[in-house]
Design a protein around this ligand. Structure first.
Ligand code: ATP
Ligand code: MG
Ligand code: MG
Length: 379
């Protein structure tokens, strides 16, 4: 049988590996850490850095097609692999997603609105920032995730201090917008341009980290959801994107839709699709790599996903313990996913759970019970 390769060994790679294996593929994971979530689940592991020429050659030898689960894999590495094997998404598309300045320029070129922003790469650009961008959020252009590499700034003094603290790395300053809700679109696009998407997710973040995803989105009008899907499709089409892509959006207090950022891979907000849809985002990823047909995923159960961060592994005294799994698994429709990470840390994504039910109200009620059992805040 064929072997599908993936760059990166995190939980997204692990769930990709599970989906690929369920469909009869073997998998190969390139990742330096021998105990990675994806590597532990894969038939083949290539223990190497993303830039290691030998490692890349080994992954290419093993694989018929290669994807990435890590959005910051060097675009050059994907380029190198593409000389030998089918690689999806392509290096050029991933490169746009890796740089907030390029990403925002791409949104604008597609006519997709984003937050007012300025690129800050020099002291001159810092001084030239328009007053209307403050208060704002300064974000490093590259390598940020889970709210890391970001600082909220109220005025020019705080902006200058924050940029200095970021060692004057290339940044984007975004205007702080009044958010009503956040939603995301996960789509899959094939080589032939055929495109399908998951039902739209409504997302709640805490401290810059995704905490809760609800589907169907309870508080966002369907017309706005359709608009988000149209935006995501045009963003993908103009990148000639192949693979799974997530576009995050803000719904503003005045009802406008604004694109936030995108990820060139399956997304945390799409994890519910494993348990609540007849085709998951990871199966879609497998299908785009293998050139198989894409069909629209159908939501068979309303669902709520709760992220399980490392904080849950510590009691009030700061001692490590296992969360109360028996208590949540006693609730109907709870699907527990743990990523096989040995060392819990605060803010680290250790797993998630998805609650499915016959109605959205029931899914929410059970998810609130699960949150209560675990000591998570209500939503
Ligand atoms: P991810 O883990 O999703 O990649 P990230 O570190 O790239 O996160 P963003 O998505 O840019 O960070 O921002 C994290 C969260 O911060 C957003 O989901 C939103 O809640 C809030 N946020 C970001 N930008 C703005 C803004 N311009 N105005 C208001 N809130 C914002
Ligand atoms: Mg991001
Ligand atoms: Mg984000």
């Amino acid at each position: 049988g064929a072997t599908l390769g993936v760059m990166g060994g995190g939980q997204l790679g692990r769930m990709f590996v599970h989906a690929a294996q369920a469909m009869g593929y073997a998998t190969a994971v390139l990742e330096a850490d021998a105990a990675s979530p994806a590597g532990q689940a894969s038939q083949h592991q290539v223990l190497a850095a993303y830039t290691d020429a030998q490692g890349l050659a080994q992954l290419a030898d093993l694989s018929t097609a290669i994807t990435t689960e890590f959005e910051n894999v060097p675009a050059q590495a994907l380029q190198t692999l593409a000389a030998q094997r089918f690689v999806a998404p392509a290096a050029a598309a991933v490169a746009v997603c890796q740089d907030r300045a390029a990403e925002k320029a791409h949104f604008q070129s597609c006519g997709v609105p984003c937050a007012p922003y300025a690129v800050i790469e020099s002291a001159e650009q810092l001084a030239a920032v328009a007053d209307e961008l403050l208060p704002g959020i300064l974000k490093t252009a590259r390598l940020g995730y889970d709210g890391k590499g970001q600082a909220r700034v109220r005025n020019r003094d705080e902006l200058a201090a924050a940029w200095a603290a970021m060692k004057q790395a290339p940044c984007v300053l975004e205007k702080l917008l009044p958010l009503h809700r956040e939603i995301s679109v996960v789509l899959a696009r094939g080589i032939d341009g055929a495109c399908v998407e998951l039902p739209v997710q409504q997302n709640l973040h805490r401290d810059g980290i995704l905490a809760v995803t609800q589907v169907p989105a309870p508080d966002v009008p369907e017309a706005l959801q359709r608009q988000a899907v149209d935006c995501a499709r045009s963003v993908a089409a103009s990148l000639q994107y192949v693979g799974v892509l997530c576009v995050e959006f803000f719904v503003l207090a005045d009802g406008r839709l604004v694109a936030n950022e995108m990820a060139p891979r399956p997304h945390n907000s799409g994890h519910y699709s494993i348990d609540a849809c007849d085709v998951s985002q990871f199966e879609l990823q497998v299908r785009t790599m293998a050139g198989l047909p894409l069909v629209s995923p159908r939501l068979h159960s309303p669902s709520v996903m709760l992220n399980l961060l490392g904080d849950l592994w510590f009691d009030a005294q700061g001692h490590e313990r296992d969360p109360a799994w028996a208590g949540v698994l006693a609730l109907p429709g709870v699907h527990l996913h743990l990523y096989g990470k040995a060392d819990p840390r605060r803010g680290r994504k250790m797993g998630h759970l998805t609650v499915t039910a016959a109605s959205a109200a029931q899914a929410r009620a059970t998810a609130l019970q699960a949150a209560d059992v675990l000591g998570l805040p209500a939503f």
